[in-house]
Design a protein around this ligand. Structure first.
Ligand SMILES: *[C@@H]1O[C@H](CO)[C@@H](O)[C@H](O)[C@H]1NC(C)=O
Ligand SMILES: *[C@@H]1O[C@H](CO)[C@@H](O)[C@H](O)[C@H]1NC(C)=O
Ligand SMILES: *[C@@H]1O[C@H](CO)[C@@H](O)[C@H](O)[C@H]1NC(C)=O
Ligand SMILES: *[C@@H]1O[C@H](CO)[C@@H](O)[C@H](O)[C@H]1NC(C)=O
Ligand SMILES: *[C@@H]1O[C@H](CO)[C@@H](O)[C@H](O)[C@H]1NC(C)=O
Ligand SMILES: *[C@@H]1O[C@H](CO)[C@@H](O)[C@H](O)[C@H]1NC(C)=O
Ligand SMILES: *[C@@H]1O[C@H](CO)[C@@H](O)[C@H](O)[C@H]1NC(C)=O
Ligand SMILES: CC(=O)N[C@H]1CO[C@H](CO)[C@@H](O)[C@@H]1O
Length: 443
């Protein structure tokens, strides 16, 4: 009697614990929200001059990609239209408002100048949490030269590695015209590839030119791949959210992520649902050509919906944005077909992670060292001036309890061991209970 009662109690406790660890309750918070984006100007006079001469057109400024490092939130404002005073920014923490100002990063000058050395059109950025190096991709485009008579409209695209510890540029790579063409191109996102915890390569998507660009850091050398899997999928010409329609027919490869073992790069076109993967062994060697690429790329499956941002966690979960939602795709349950022929792989589980009231279109996602998923959230198309009665732009955060793909920090051993010991003792108690019941029945 005695032991079995205790056992029932323990079993109940144990199953409660099991349920608890299996259930994912994702708490999502609005960290910042804006009607329109504004900047930390040197003074009010400068701001009004920028407004007067068309260098600051407020409703042409909209949120792009996001990265979080050391408590700071970095966001891009891609210069798709004129009137964007600064394309790379850090959000200035202010405790009296949830619509803080954007501070041009690392300064006004580099975001304002007209020459090719300045930041002209930045959307893709990544921060290596292990070193504090920021990888900044500048498309080089400038929307209107009539505003800047002597300024060049088109500059070559470049990659700038900036050390956040010292606030210094460490390295700069200018992409040759054959790798990133002049004209119709838009470098949208970037992931970093590591060997022995050191960045060896960066992979960048070109949404307009439908290309995957590879930067080899050791060689200071870049090259690119093209393949029909990077093209927009036919049948996806328009997208409508909240009665706003955007033509997406020409938008190819956009979302990119890398598995935490750095064996595969995942990518998807904005216009389309198909997800593909390519082994990094193909990308890492410039001697491989588009034929090798075609031979090794595999279709992974279809996403639940169209979207832009993607980011992979240490637990091999791919988080991706969709209209009014964020999904998680578990890449761990692979059905790999290890044939030399291109074949399709299937990952089964895709689940909804966030579908809060505020969600609209998710341009970018990232994971910080505290295991939170951060993302930008905005209307699909540009918001007109008249509509200043609502919140348009958001920075949001969800607790996911998973580290990002390149976070190599070691977990606190004590905690982990503590949890293991706790689990073990529960098991031992259960086993002794079972034995107890068995023995009492035998008697
Ligand atoms: C607009 O005014 C600002 C502040 O005086 C100045 O820095 C900027 O160059 C001006 N832009 C143009 C296009 O004249
Ligand atoms: C922000 O909070 C700090 C500490 O609570 C306080 O000292 C400071 O005055 C606040 N700043 C503003 C602008 O409210
Ligand atoms: C991290 O943040 C702290 C506190 O704000 C600051 O003192 C330090 O310089 C920052 N480190 C880097 C690498 O940005
Ligand atoms: C890297 O390559 C760029 C050309 O893209 C060149 O301008 C630069 O000097 C190179 N840097 C080093 C350190 O070799
Ligand atoms: C897409 O949008 C354009 C312009 O709004 C419209 O002309 C076209 O008919 C739409 N196409 C489809 C397939 O809905
Ligand atoms: C979309 O438009 C329809 C008809 O014009 C309207 O009834 C509906 O409320 C609109 N929905 C939103 C979310 O604005
Ligand atoms: C793989 O996916 C492609 C594109 O959807 C499809 O055409 C092809 O039939 C699939 N192959 C296999 C073996 O399922
Ligand atoms: C010009 C524009 O986008 N107007 C919209 C402003 O917001 C209201 C209500 O959300 C819409 O009805 C308008 O179409």
């Amino acid at each position: 009697m005695g032991p079995s009662l205790m056992c029932s109690l323990l079993c109940v406790l144990f199953s409660v614990q099991l349920c608890h660890s299996a259930k994912h309750s994702y708490d999502t918070d609005v960290i910042y929200r804006w009607q329109f984006l504004d900047y930390e100007w040197p003074d009010a006079e400068t701001r009004s001059q920028f407004v007067d001469n068309g260098s600051y057109i407020q409703h042409n400024n909209r949120l792009g990609n996001i990265r979080v490092f050391n408590g700071s939130v970095y966001v891009t404002v891609p210069r798709l239209r004129k009137g964007v005073p600064s394309t790379l920014n850090v959000v200035v923490k202010q405790n009296d408002t949830d619509s803080p100002l954007l501070r041009p990063f690392p300064n006004w000058e580099i975001n304002q100048g007209t020459s090719c050395d300045h930041f002209r059109f930045v959307n893709a950025l990544e921060i290596d949490p292990n070193t504090g190096w920021m990888w900044i991709v500048d498309t080089g485009y400038y929307p209107d030269d009539s505003v800047r008579p002597e300024g060049e409209v088109k500059c070559p695209a470049k990659l700038v590695i900036f050390d956040l510890n010292t606030n210094k540029v460490l390295h700069e790579h200018v992409f040759p015209g054959l790798v990133v063409g002049y004209g119709t191109f838009y470098l949208s996102d970037i992931v970093l590839d590591f060997t022995d915890h050191e960045v060896t390569h960066a992979y960048i998507t070109d949404m307009y030119d439908w290309k995957l660009i590879v930067y080899d850091h050791k060689m200071n050398f870049s090259y690119s791949f093209v393949h029909p899997s990077m093209d927009p999928e036919s049948g996806f010409s328009n997208i409508t959210i909240y009665n706003k329609t955007e033509t997406i027919r020409y938008l190819g490869i956009r979302g990119i992520a890398i598995s935490p073992d750095f064996n595969f790069v995942y990518y998807t076109a904005l216009a389309g649902l198909r997800m593909f993967r390519i082994p990094t062994s193909v990308l890492r060697d410039f001697k491989h050509d588009s034929v090798d690429f075609a031979f090794n790329t595999q279709k992974v499956g279809n996403k639940r919906s169209l979207g832009e941002g993607m980011y992979c966690s240490q637990k091999n979960n791919l988080f991706y944005g969709a209209p009014r939602a964020i999904y998680k795709w578990s890449l761990a349950d692979t059905v790999d077909v290890s044939l030399p022929l291109p074949s399709n792989v299937t990952y089964s589980s895709q689940s909804l992670v966030v579908n809060e009231e505020e969600l609209n279109w998710i341009p970018s996602l990232t994971i910080d060292v505290d295991k939170n998923l951060w993302f930008t959230n905005r209307p699909l198309s540009f918001v007109s001036e008249q509509n200043n009665s609502q919140w348009n732009y958001f920075v949001m955060r969800t607790v996911i309890g998973e580290k990002g793909y390149m976070d190599f920090s070691v977990e606190s051993k004590g905690l982990v061991q503590g949890a293991v010991i706790y689990q073990l003792s529960v098991y031992i108690l259960l086993i002794s209970c079972a034995l107890g019941i068995l023995l009492s029945h035998v008697q």
